[in-house]
Every structure is written in structure tokens, then in C-alpha cells.
Design a protein around this ligand. Structure first.
Ligand SMILES: [Zn+2]
Ligand SMILES: [Zn+2]
Length: 366
């Protein structure tokens, strides 16, 4: 019987030796290459020739829950240090060599695909500067956020699900019609009767059946970063995803998932339900629709784990840490931002002063 909390056996860390100087290569965002941070030597990433596969969800569900997964145990190839870590990929805390685990014999679902970084750190900083500049009433510390803070390149785990759906629904179709109503008003002390057109709705019972195939419904699989911000980074150019290769992770951080695939599929079904509801309404037709019940059956449900790239950082303001994430493919920024009490107070005072001027002006001119 093995102790579930014992570190995984030295998870055969991947080595990416530099052919130029013997140091370690890292994946270079915005390219399809590995680059040496010391001598600039480059190698093309040898991506697997297999395509990206979808897996029957039952095989995903059969893996161990994330809570029972032991941390990885790395032996750094750069300095020989023993490093324990919860991440699929990280850097050695002593010599900064990339440490990438081999998740293929892990108890967790291994990543099937990865969307490589296309936004470099410099571009991410530019996006962040633009974002900070366009925030109203932001304290000056925010405007300097891109200079001061460290942005970490991190791959976030996501589930994607495919499913064929067949739904029967019951609802009502509303059709508009107009009626003429009479009403009375007082005009010059006399009652006058007038008419007006009023819109009403006739409701007819409706029922039917719609079907749709869903492809790559995306669900965030980590709670380590604020899930609302991560979801707000959508849409992702998923068509640029590559079959998983360790090389893409070298020099970057990659988180393991802590949202189980069962839970992920439930979220995906909620997303699908929103689309199916629209399908039902289109099928009902008329001017307005009510959908009272929908019953959906799912078939050919498949899923996979995919890693999506973000630049993540935090900055300190007013003794509090504020989180920022930048989409590593589109450069979109999602972040918390403080409001400057000083700037808001000044703005309020300016508005009040203007009001006073206006009032004084009208008092004098009347
Ligand atoms: Zn080198
Ligand atoms: Zn090391």
C-alpha cells in the first residue's frame, strides 16, 4: 500500500539542454522555438505529430481526485537540488532551471493540448500599461504598475467538452395583436374621450425538439486564480492549440487542475443549456417565447485537459494585494483596480464648485 501523501517518485524531470552553452532552453513566447536565456541559441519545438485527441469522459472520471494527488518531486538538472512542487512546470528556486514534470504516468488526467504563449512579456507589459492608463480615478501607483511588477508566465488548466445533444421542450409562443382602447382626459376643464392603440400578446402552447453538437465548450479548471477573471479572458484562439509537448512549458509555470472533470462537465452543461434555450426560442418562433421545461439527452460526450497561457501578476496598493491577469494569446487584461479617494474627492469638489457657479449666475441674472 503506498502512502498517497508521499511525493511522486522523482517525476523524471524533462531536460532541455542548450546546444550552444550547456545551460537550459526555455520556450520563447510568440515563436515556435526554444531559446537559451544565456547565449540566445534556438531550437525548434518538436511537437508530436499526432493530432489532439478527445477522450470519453468516463476515462477522465476514472482518474484520482486532485485532493489525493501527491506533490511532484524534482531533481534539478541544473544544480542538483531536490525540489518539491505542486505545479506541472516551475523554475528551480535555486538556479532558475526549468522543471517540467512528466504527467503521463500521473494519477491525474494529463494535459492533451497546450495553447502556446504568443504574447511576449514586453507585449504583456504594454497591454497592462494601456489598461492602467484607461482606468478612471485610478491612483498614480496603478499607472506605474507595468514598470514595477513581476509578471509570471503561467499555463492554466482548462477542460473542454464535446457533446451531441437532443432536447425536447415545452413552452409557449406569444403573438402580438393590437386593440383600440378609449380613455378620457381633461382638456380646458372638459372631459374628452380619445382612443389609442395598445399592444397585447396571445399565448399559444408550443413544444418541439432541437438538437445541436457542441465542440470544445471551455471550463476553467483551477481555483488558484480568481475564476471570474480567468473566465473573462475568453475568447481564446483554441484553433491554435498544439498537441501537448513538454517543451512549451519549459521556463514557465503550469498549474495542475483542482476542478474535477465531473464538476467541469456540470459547468459545461450549464453553458450548453443557455445555447439550447436560444435554440428552443428560435424553434418556437412568434414575437415572444416562453420556455417552461427542457429535457436534454447527451451522447458522445468527450473531453480533454488543455493548458492556456496567461501572464499573471499582483501589485500592492494601500496594504492590499491586487491581482492582474493578461491573456497570453490576445493580450486582453483583466484585473482588480483600486480607486483613488483623492481623485474622486477632487472630481466631486470640481462638480460642486461648477454647480455653485451656475446657481450664482442664475440668481444674479433673474
Ligand atoms: Zn545557451
Ligand atoms: Zn536548480
Amino acid at each position: 500500500m503506498t502512502d498517497p501523501n508521499a511525493p511522486s517518485p522523482a517525476s523524471a524531470p524533462r531536460i532541455f539542454p542548450c546546444g550552444g552553452c550547456g545551460a537550459r532552453l526555455e520556450f520563447a513566447p510568440g515563436t515556435d522555438r526554444m531559446r537559451c536565456p544565456y547565449c540566445g541559441h534556438e531550437d525548434r519545438v518538436t511537437a508530436p505529430t499526432r493530432g489532439i485527441r478527445e477522450h470519453a469522459v468516463e476515462t477522465l472520471f476514472a482518474r484520482s481526485p486532485a485532493a489525493q494527488i501527491a506533490p511532484y518531486h524534482f531533481v534539478c538538472q541544473g544544480c542538483g537540488a531536490h525540489v518539491q512542487g505542486d505545479h506541472l512546470a516551475q523554475s528551480c528556486q535555486f538556479c532558475a532551471s526549468p522543471l517540467v514534470a512528466d504527467p503521463s504516468n500521473d494519477a491525474q488526467v494529463p494535459p492533451e493540448a497546450v495553447l502556446p504563449f504568443s504574447v511576449t512579456q514586453a507585449l504583456a507589459r504594454e497591454s497592462l500599461a494601456e489598461w492602467a492608463k484607461s482606468r478612471w480615478f485610478a491612483p498614480n501607483s496603478l499607472k506605474r504598475v507595468n514598470e514595477a511588477e513581476r509578471l509570471k508566465s503561467t499555463y492554466l488548466p482548462h477542460w473542454t467538452f464535446d457533446a451531441a445533444t437532443d432536447s425536447t421542450y415545452v413552452g409557449q409562443r406569444g403573438e402580438y395583436y393590437w386593440v383600440t382602447e378609449t380613455y378620457t382626459v381633461q382638456e380646458n376643464g372638459e372631459s374628452v374621450t380619445k382612443t389609442r392603440q395598445v399592444r397585447k400578446t396571445h399565448w399559444y402552447p408550443a413544444h418541439g425538439r432541437v438538437s445541436r453538437f457542441f465542440d470544445d465548450v471551455l471550463v476553467n479548471a483551477t481555483t488558484k486564480l480568481d475564476p471570474k477573471k480567468v473566465t473573462a479572458l475568453e475568447p481564446w484562439p483554441l484553433e491554435k492549440a498544439q498537441p501537448y509537448a513538454h517543451e512549451y512549458l519549459a521556463g514557465h509555470e503550469a498549474l495542475r487542475y483542482d476542478v474535477e472533470p465531473e464538476q467541469g462537465l456540470e459547468t459545461a452543461k450549464q453553458i450548453m443549456a443557455g445555447v439550447i434555450d436560444q435554440d428552443c426560442r428560435r424553434d418556437i418562433g412568434g414575437d415572444e417565447q416562453r420556455v417552461t421545461s427542457v429535457s436534454t439527452s447527451y451522447s458522445d460526450v468527450t473531453g480533454k485537459l488543455m493548458l492556456l497561457p496567461v501572464w499573471a501578476g499582483a501589485y500592492l496598493h494601500g496594504g492590499k494585494s491586487w491581482q492582474i491577469v493578461v491573456n497570453g494569446c490576445t493580450g486582453e487584461v483583466q484585473g482588480e483596480r483600486p480607486y483613488s479617494a483623492v481623485k474622486i474627492t477632487i472630481a466631486v469638489l470640481v462638480v460642486l464648485a461648477l454647480l455653485v457657479l451656475v446657481v450664482v449666475y442664475f440668481l444674479n441674472s433673474s
